[in-house]
Design a binder for this molecule. Structure first.
Ligand code: C2O
Ligand code: CU
Ligand code: CU
Length: 441
């Protein structure tokens, strides 16, 4: 064998062993204190982050595979990681006191995630969450389809808002009386991927999959694209039953949507504004700038739909099993408590369900505040609002229950374990608005 060939063989062996080592190595995710530079301040803002990144690193894996994530807690207080929306083994769900012990400072926890559903998910702590998320701990988790569609571009927008003070620091009081009496902590700086009003440049003719994730503590977004038509192809990490145009969709904390947007071939040089229209005064979140390059041919394909996934008909003969009344009381650790059936977590009104039997639950909001209710580890379908049929053409893991509104949902418990169920306004959850659904084999 000549030396050149030897060298090539050594190189190949070297590459193989590296890849092998990489495959064996869990992905390290470390929460720690750090700094982040916002454009409006001379000084950096102290934050808590994963791997020194704001937002945390994008975690990606293929459907059907198992990701191993070594979470290291470099904070000065306990923490954990919850994989919002993923259907996984209960022991990996990341809820201290329910599925695991909190990870103490300096300790680690290995999460093994078997990826069951392709789609858009996210991760965040589940300990002192109103403060830990607000200080910056969150990231996007994408489960890739077995077969990739020929999108021209995949954009990921983690939407958030920050409550910043003039000196560039994060407003340091959490769970204030104001937050608790209202809809949680709303910030003064809305961001996408931690950027204020970013501009995204695309080519004419491109077909874009835009994934929007609401990672805010409390703010609700209703995204509007001025001049562009966008179709909703997935909600909360699953393809919809029927594709529909984006029009006043309410993206509450926890929710995700995947959009299918084709940039018109003659749009070279245009700038499209993306606004939030949930509040009375619309504000610009971002813009999409179309460059003047040669238009590309928009790729032609049909995004997948999920027609048979927990269809509404499945629940026609099912009786309502449980009603959770959502309201506030005086008391609890902050003086104002948010209750489900008059009870505060951990002294909650919990339920036990057998595996595989379709269930109906009503979230009945007796308050005049907003409650985006989230269930871990399942997808559910909204069937009725205020007692009237209102079947949605998609499933969710989080639904906004508006003031005095009642929402009836249907789902099938498919994984045994104890699944947390709570308001995703972090301040409401911290103030007691949590319970569990225990699924038994
Ligand atoms: Cu984003 Cu308990 O969840
Ligand atoms: Cu969750
Ligand atoms: Cu709430």
């Amino acid at each position: 064998m000549n030396t050149a060939r030897m060298i090539i063989i050594f190189l190949i062996l070297g590459l193989l062993s590296q890849f092998y080592a990489f495959a064996e190595q869990p992905f390290k995710l470390e929460a720690k204190e750090g700094f982040y530079q916002f454009p409006f301040f001379d000084t950096k803002t102290p934050v808590w982050s994963y791997n020194d990144q704001i937002p945390g690193p994008l975690i990606q894996g293929k459907v059907g595979t198992t990701l191993v994530i070594d979470f290291v807690n470099g904070l000065k207080e306990p923490s954990s990681v919850h994989w919002h929306g993923l259907r996984i083994e209960n022991a990996m769900d990341g809820v201290p006191g329910v599925t695991q012990d909190a990870v103490e400072p300096g300790n680690n926890f290995i999460y093994r995630l078997k990826l069951e559903d392709a789609g858009t998910f996210w991760y965040h702590p589940h300990f002192n969450s109103s403060e830990q998320l607000e200080r910056g701990l969150k990231g996007v988790f994408i489960v890739e389809e077995a077969e990739k569609l020929p999108w021209s571009r995949d954009l990921i927008w983690l939407m958030d808002d920050w409550l910043l003070q003039r000196d560039g620091t994060i407003f340091p009081q959490f769970n204030t009386g104001h937050d608790l009496m209202h809809d949680g902590r709303w910030g003064n700086v809305p961001t996408i991927n931690a950027q204020f009003r970013p501009e995204f440049t695309v080519k004419p003719g491109e077909r874009i999959r835009l994934r929007m994730i609401n990672g805010a503590n409390a703010r609700i977004f209703s995204p509007h694209m001025d001049g562009l038509s966008a179709n909703v192809i997935a909600v909360d990490g699953r393809p919809v039953t029927e594709i529909f145009p984006l029009d006043r969709f309410v993206l509450s904390p926890g929710n995700r949507i995947d959009l299918d947007i084709t940039i018109p071939e003659n749009a070279g040089g245009e700038i499209f504004a993306v606004e939030d229209r949930f509040t009375r005064e619309a504000f610009q979140m971002a813009s999409i700038k179309v460059n003047r390059l040669e238009p590309v041919n928009p790729p032609k394909f049909h995004p997948p739909t999920a027609k048979n996934f927990i269809p509404a008909q499945m629940f026609e003969k099912v009786k309502v099993e449980k009603t959770w009344d959502l309201n506030a009381i005086r008391g609890g650790k902050f003086g104002i408590g948010w209750t489900m059936n008059q009870k505060l977590w951990p002294d909650a009104d919990k339920v036990d369900y057998p595996l595989g039997v379709p269930r109906k639950i009503i979230f009945k909001n007796s308050s005049s505040r907003l409650h985006p209710m989230h269930i871990h580890g399942v997808f559910f379908r909204v069937l009725e609002r205020n007692g009237k049929k209102a079947t949605e053409q998609f499933t969710r893991d989080t639904v906004l229950v508006g003031p005095r509104e009642s929402v009836t949902i249907g789902f099938v418990p498919e994984h045994p374990g104890i699944w947390l169920t709570h308001c995703h306004i972090q301040e409401h959850a911290e103030a007691g608005m949590m319970t569990t659904i225990e699924v038994k084999n």
